[in-house]
Every structure is written in structure tokens, then in C-alpha cells.
Design a protein around this ligand. Structure first.
Ligand SMILES: [Zn+2]
Length: 353
């Protein structure tokens, strides 16, 4: 069999970088907009996916945020929130994901459901319900925003800590998202301290819009288990080595990087350099609603970068090992990744001779 015969859609994997709003199907956001009488921006009504401006400059990021905010404004209550979790899980499962850690900032939905606690509990409850099917387990990452005051991050960390656990429908991690150029990483250290004491995985964004120095600051001040993106650590070999030495995994999202202009071309995404440095990688889709590609497309992108099937399997193992998936899920997924690599798997068996 040649490498390309193995289907990435059936390679077992975990998905560790997916935002709640950004996970939406485009049809879903259009449905919700119609339901609530909201006019979506043309970019979400016309040809999909939308063409995004280069987000590494402030104007491009602002335009991306405006689209994101428009999508988020269509989510107005429990029913909508449950639909998003359910569809994200089903879409993930259809692409071979055994475990999803969906990232949500409950602040955005709190006004519609009576506060951040009910907002988080709705997400957790639906995560539990969809996990009961047995196809996929869904854990939740509570993400604070860099655009808000660090005290709000502490409030969210305490909320996350109260729901901390290691199974489906529990909070498994604490993140920090949004424009890296806002706020000082060090100011969020107390919030990450609360999350650390609760045993949560610490998964802040860094090294996407800003370079290697932002990765170093994230390592020093937040003590992360994983970093969202972190791709720009390759700009300083010492930082890349520090990531490897700290055993920190990077959630690399090739489709997102290209859509936002962090890299001009798919072949510029430094995935192989990160892997060669001995850094564990978990591929993620980030915001499929705006970037137009879901989880398995990230593995296809890795294949286009020259990854062999053995390396794709290593990426899938990385995603499982960097996750907070329960032991049973991990064991089964790792075994099935090995099976995917064996010569007879990955496509239907041929007729008997
Ligand atoms: Zn992200």
C-alpha cells in the first residue's frame, strides 16, 4: 500500500484546539441568524469560507474579530448553545476524533442564560449528553480573554476549578485567548495559579500573532501544559528547545495559520521543524466556521508538508497523549492508531482471492 491510501478521516485522534463559536457549521450560524432576526455580515452570507485579511496586522485582526463577534451574537440561549456543542462533537467524531476539548468563554453567553455559571453548566451538560453515545468524549476548556481585565480571568479560573474533572462533561483545562498583543502575560499568572491548583491542563494561546518571545513569556509566567499555536517559537531555536525541554505540547493549526496570514502559504507552516525539535504536536482546526477546514484537513495539510503515514500516526498519538482524555479512551485510541498503520487497515478490504 502507498502512504496516501490510508484515510486521515479514520485515523483515531484527539482535538485539542477548537473554539465554541468558531466550531459552528456555516449553515448553523445562518439558521441562528434567521431565527433571531440578525443580519449577518456579507462575508458569512456569500461564498464560504470568507476571505480574511492578514491578521498579523491590527486591521486584519480587527476585521477577523468583527466577523467572529457577528457569529457569536447569533448564539442566544440554551438551545443554541447545546446545538453548537452537539454538532461540534458529531463533526469531530465523523473525522476520527475520539476526544474533543472544546474551548469556551462562558462570559459571552452569560447574559442570555443568567450568568457565567449556568452558561458553563449548559455546555458541560450537553458535552456529557453527546459523550453518552460512546462515539466521542467531550471535555471543556474554559478560556479567559486577554481583552478583559485579569481579575475576570481569575473569576473564570475559580469557576473552572469548581467543575474540574477528567471525564466527559467536565472542565479539563484553562486557556487564555484573543489578541496576543493585548494585556501582559504575567498579569494572568494568578488565574493560571488557581487553575493549576485545581489540576486543570493549562493551555494558553501564544506564539501566533507574536513571535518567539511571546512563547518564552508564556512558558515563564504561566507554566503551560500546552500552548495554543506556539508555531512562531521556531523563530528562535533556543525558545523551540525550551518548549521541547519543558515537555510542552503545541496545538498547531495549519489551516488557521494560513487563513489568518501568519504564513503566506501552506508549505510555510513550520510543522516539520517543530516535530524534528522533539516537540509534541496536537493538530487542531481552531475556527472551522471562519477558516473553512475541520480536523482531518489539518492531517491532510501535514501530509502535504511531506509527513509520512508513520509521522501522521505520531501526530495523532501526540494529540491523544497531550489530551486529558480518560485512560480507557487513550488506550483504545493508541491501539487503533497502531492498527491504522498496519498494512490491511485504513481502507476497506479487497475481495477475497
Ligand atoms: Zn485559538
Amino acid at each position: 500500500m502507498t502512504g496516501s491510501d490510508r484515510l486521515v478521516e479514520v485515523l483515531p485522534k484527539a482535538h485539542l484546539h477548537l473554539h465554541f463559536t468558531g466550531s459552528m457549521r456555516v449553515d448553523t450560524v445562518r439558521d441562528l441568524a434567521a431565527k433571531h432576526g440578525i443580519r449577518l455580515p456579507d462575508a458569512l452570507l456569500g461564498d464560504w469560507p470568507p476571505r480574511l485579511a492578514k491578521a498579523t496586522d491590527e486591521r486584519g485582526w480587527f476585521r477577523f474579530q468583527r466577523l467572529y463577534d457577528a457569529a457569536r451574537a447569533c448564539v442566544r440561549g440554551e438551545e443554541d448553545m447545546r446545538r453548537i456543542v452537539r454538532e461540534a462533537a458529531l463533526d469531530d467524531a465523523a473525522e476520527g476524533s475520539r476526544w474533543l476539548e472544546i474551548q469556551v468563554d462562558p462570559t459571552s453567553y452569560a447574559p442570555f442564560v443568567g450568568g457565567i455559571t449556568p452558561a458553563l453548566e449548559i455546555v458541560l451538560d450537553e458535552a456529557r449528553a453527546v459523550s453518552a453515545s460512546g462515539e466521542i468524549g467531550v471535555g471543556v476548556v474554559v478560556a479567559a480573554s486577554r481583552m478583559r481585565h485579569p481579575l475576570e480571568a481569575r473569576t473564570l479560573a475559580r469557576l473552572a476549578a469548581r467543575h474540574a474533572g477528567s471525564g466527559p462533561g467536565e472542565v479539563v483545562g484553562f486557556g487564555l485567548s484573543n489578541d496576543e498583543r493585548r494585556g501582559l502575560v504575567a498579569d494572568f499568572a494568578p488565574a493560571f495559579g488557581i487553575a493549576r491548583r485545581a489540576g486543570l491542563a493549562l493551555v494558553p494561546h501564544g506564539g501566533e500573532l507574536l513571535g518567539a518571545q511571546s512563547v518564552m513569556e508564556t512558558l515563564e509566567h504561566l507554566g503551560p501544559d500546552r500552548i495554543g499555536h506556539g508555531v512562531r517559537s521556531v523563530e528562535d531555536p533556543q525558545v523551540l528547545d525550551a518548549v521541547a525541554a519543558a515537555g510542552v505540547a503545541l496545538e498547531v493549526c495549519p489551516g488557521s495559520n494560513v487563513a489568518l496570514g501568519v504564513y503566506a502559504d501552506p508549505e510555510d507552516v513550520p510543522l516539520r521543524r517543530i516535530m524534528e525539535a522533539g516537540v509534541r504536536v496536537a493538530l487542531g482546526a481552531d475556527d472551522p466556521l471562519l477558516f473553512g477546514s475541520r480536523l482531518s484537513s489539518q492531517y491532510t495539510a501535514a501530509r502535504s508538508l511531506g509527513c509520512s503515514d508513520a509521522e501522521l500516526a505520531e501526530l495523532a498519538r501526540g494529540s491523544i497523549l497531550a489530551s486529558r482524555a480518560p485512560d480507557g479512551v487513550r488506550r483504545a485510541a493508541l491501539e487503533d492508531i497502531d492498527a491504522w498503520l498496519t498494512p490491511s487497515s485504513g481502507k476497506p478490504a479487497g475481495p477475497p482471492r
